[in-house]
Design a protein around this ligand. Structure first.
Ligand SMILES: Cc1cc2nc3c(=O)[nH]c(=O)nc-3n(C[C@H](O)[C@H](O)[C@H](O)COP(=O)(O)O)c2cc1C
Length: 213
């Protein structure tokens, strides 16, 4: 097993191209089996550094554990889930993504492979998620994951939303629109260089009307 030296986090954000997608594939335990070129470009890791490594190679210390607990609870049952994740690049920079996770089972019905697609997150959404994650992280540091989990449950109850509604609510997109955005990859004549995620969403969701709760 290769020993990883963790990058030292620095306050430098890498902004994603909202028309590109970061993709990876893992085995049932989260060991990386595939990463696309954009994954390597943004994370700064070469293919040989990623293959066979646990996916937590890009885990950022600002990420609350409870989010990954929720993620694994879903994907271990082969249920899909979205998650906002702050990731750590090899040079210590960070980048925010909204990840869509899907799992495939083998013929015997056992979990076999997990897939993740990730896209850029609008600035406003990043701010909101960051505030929530800061609270969750502080609770975890002081009182453990039970405390952050209880807080997250209460937070969603106050909003009268389940976790999935909450993701759509934050993105200001209904389920269909979010799927459109997650699958979007515009390759036409227009120069979209430097376009922010908000603009990219407007251009990619097929139904223009935004959906608010
Ligand atoms: C397909 C797949 C993609 C994942 N992508 C990420 C990711 O982008 N960033 C991340 O921190 N964890 C990701 N994870 C979760 C990690 O496996 C891990 O649970 C997480 O980094 C927390 O690390 P820990 O389990 O060592 O606490 C992914 C897991 C799977 C199965």
């Amino acid at each position: 097993m290769k020993k990883n030296i963790r990058p030292i986090p620095k306050d430098n954000e890498i902004i994603l191209d909202p028309f590109k997608t970061i993709m990876s594939k893992t085995d049932k335990k989260g060991i990386i089996e595939y990463a696309n070129d954009y994954f390597m470009e943004i994370s700064g890791y070469k293919e040989w550094e990623l293959m066979g490594q646990p996916h937590n190679i890009i885990r950022h210390p600002d990420m609350p554990k409870v989010i990954f607990k929720l993620l694994w609870a879903r994907i271990n049952k082969a249920l899909p889930i979205y998650a906002f994740v702050k990731n750590l690049a090899k040079d210590g920079s960070y980048y925010w993504v909204i990840g869509s996770f899907k799992t495939v089972k083998d013929d015997e019905g056992n979990v076999k492979t997990h897939y993740a697609r990730r896209k850029a997150v609008p600035e406003e959404v990043k701010k909101e998620v960051n505030e929530l994650y800061k609270v969750l992280l502080t609770l975890e540091k002081n009182s453990g994951i039970e405390a952050s989990e209880a807080y997250l449950i209460g937070y969603l109850e106050d909003l009268n939303m389940n976790y999935d509604d909450f993701v759509h609510h934050l993105m200001r997109l209904n389920p269909r629109q979010l799927t459109d955005y997650m699958n979007s990859e515009i390759k036409d004549e227009t120069d979209y260089t430097g376009l922010a995620a908000e603009e990219a969403i407007k251009k990619t969701v097929k139904k223009k009307r935004r959906f608010f709760w």
